[in-house]
Design a binder for this molecule. Structure first.
Ligand code: IPE
Ligand code: IPE
Ligand code: MG
Length: 246
């Protein structure tokens, strides 16, 4: 399929993997004297937009931080509303994802999600599993520290039964024991709402990601801002600790 690039973006230096911390739904609603849930509902529209932009621009991997392990500590009413919204989103978007060649995947402690969400997630993942245009990964009930703890437990279990030697553990193996084993590390991480922290998101995987913070609240995030962040990314020099022009 043809890619459609906005002016000023070059096709050859696009990030392969963009990860977004979608923050600011609550503040968006508060500014309008609305319930926080209204902000989450509006945020779902921004998800649709950014997924479409990735398919248009030809970005092959997009990870969206939608719900953290810490978010379970929010009031039950808000958690229930978020889970209901997620269920409806997955149900309503499945056809469109399929039509646009999007493969849906998810990372996180998925067993903690309500049955209804898991059912819709499984259906959408099964239906879209052969798509190749964009891999959309939803981080749901995701926390980087819990992912790292699980990795250590699993690797040490393998060592204990003699399948691997402790000395064989290397960076590649660690990556293979994370939820993200099938994805490249994010090239670009975007966080909306002006907060400048990672909030337990992909701590291992973001070792060399370019990070971009914007004041925009997630429900207001749109394609033109996304394109201008990608432009900024293309102008950055990624050195990975090396000296490029000695
Ligand atoms: C992000 O928006 C969505 C989730 C974390 C689920 P918030 O709900 O964190 O919105 P703010 O940060 O309170 O504005
Ligand atoms: C991070 O946002 C998690 C998601 C966007 C899903 P939070 O709003 O939960 O993070 P903090 O509390 O501001 O760090
Ligand atoms: Mg927040």
């Amino acid at each position: 399929m043809e890619r459609e690039l906005p002016d000023g973006l070059s096709a050859d230096r696009l990030p392969a993997h963009v990860a977004i911390i979608m923050d600011g739904n609550g503040r968006w609603a508060k500014k309008r004297v609305l319930n926080r849930v209204k902000g989450h509902e509006k945020g779902a529209g921004a998800v649709r937009t950014v997924v479409e932009s990735c398919t248009k621009f030809g970005i092959p991997y997009l990870t969206l931080y939608a719900f953290s392990t810490e978010n379970w500590q929010r009031p039950k009413k808000e958690v229930d509303a978020l889970m209901g919204l997620l269920t409806r989103f997955l149900r309503n978007e499945r056809k469109q994802l399929q039509k646009n060649g999007v493969r849906l995947t998810a990372i996180g402690e998925l067993h903690r999600l309500p049955e209804e969400v898991r059912r819709e997630l499984d259906l959408a993942m099964a239906e879209t599993k052969d798509n190749t245009r964009l891999t959309l990964c939803l981080a749901l009930s995701y926390g980087s520290r819990s992912e790292l703890v699980e990795m250590v437990q699993r690797i040490s279990g393998e060592v204990k039964v003699g399948h691997i030697e402790a000395a064989d553990v290397d960076e590649k193996m660690v990556s293979q024991f994370l939820f993200t084993r099938d994805f490249p590390d994010p090239d670009l991480v975007i966080r909306t709402s002006g907060e400048m922290r990672l909030s337990n998101f992909l701590l291992w995987q973001c070792a060399y990601s370019e990070i971009f913070f914007t004041e925009t609240l997630w429900p207001d995030f749109g394609e033109s801002e996304f394109a201008s962040i990608l432009k900024d990314f293309q102008e950055r020099e990624r050195r990975f600790g090396k000296v490029l022009q000695p």
